[in-house]
Design a protein around this ligand. Structure first.
Ligand code: HEC
Length: 226
């Protein structure tokens, strides 16, 4: 007898044996045993304990209240003390240090030209360190920031003939009075400069005095406010 011919014969006999072994009685016996091992379903049965349901409901309610109260209305600027909704915060209860705000505004808006060191770029951007324009008249300095400056000027004995952009509320930068005051206060007290801070009220007075103006100042025009 060959090996191949043996195989089918063996399989057939196994199948026959299994079928024979399963009787109705043995199936019922096995099922009865399985049923005994499972607990009977009871009335009022809940897949989640009622206490857990209560705890999760309370958590979701708390999260809702928390978000309503502290989300800052999902504004990207809600943590910026001088922008958007932050402005109301700054003018209300929380006081922002003008040196901190001014330093940040300077780094973001002025340092590209006047440099982080306040030294400017020779022949192109005048220095702010030790500059008589920065340390001198508040009225003149506020006007430069509000409306910009164009044309020939002299700073620390060197001539410049370039253009400085406007930063006031009417300009593209839209600095409010608080920001103007902060950046001026910062440049008057940095890089060895030691001039008094400029208040928001002072900036507001100058804004009111100048009124509507879109053109930048020229050096000679500002002589009046020295
Ligand atoms: C695009 C470059 C540029 C930027 C940005 C700029 N400035 Fe100027 N700034 C100038 C130029 C150029 C002058 C000189 C204008 C002229 O020649 O009439 C000037 C002049 C000045 C002056 C008077 C002259 C002096 O050196 O003291 C002050 C003060 C000043 N800038 C402050 C600032 C502050 C503060 C900022 C940021 C809020 C700023 N500038 C942003 C280019 C710039």
């Amino acid at each position: 007898m060959t090996f191949e011919s043996k195989q089918p014969e063996k399989r057939e006999s196994t199948t026959r044996l299994e079928q024979g072994a399963v009787s109705d009685a043995s199936i019922t016996a096995v099922h009865r045993q399985l049923l005994r091992e499972k607990p009977e379903p009871t009335e009022g049965f809940s897949p989640i304990p009622i206490l857990l349901l209560f705890v999760f409901s309370a958590l979701i309610f708390f999260a809702g209240v928390y978000l309503t109260r502290f989300s800052g209305e999902f504004e990207a600027t809600s943590f910026s003390p001088s922008q958007g909704r932050g402005t109301t915060v700054a003018q209300g209860s929380v006081q922002v240090d003008p040196m901190v705000l001014g330093g940040r505004l300077y780094a973001q808006n002025c340092a590209a030209c006047h440099q982080a060191s306040g030294q400017g770029v020779p022949g192109v951007y005048p220095p702010l360190a030790a500059s008589e324009w920065v340390l001198g008249s508040e009225d003149r300095l506020i006007r430069i920031l509000l409306h910009g400056l164009v044309g020939p000027i002299e700073v620390l004995g060197n001539s410049y003939n370039n253009a400085m952009p406007a930063f006031g509320p009417q300009s593209g930068y839209r600095f409010n009075e608080e920001r103007i005051a902060a950046v001026i206060t910062f440049i008057r007290a940095s890089w060895g400069n030691e001039a008094a801070p400029v208040s928001v009220e002072r900036v507001k007075e100058v804004v009111a005095a100048v009124g509507n103006r879109s053109a930048p100042w020229t050096g000679p025009e500002l002589d009046e406010y020295k």
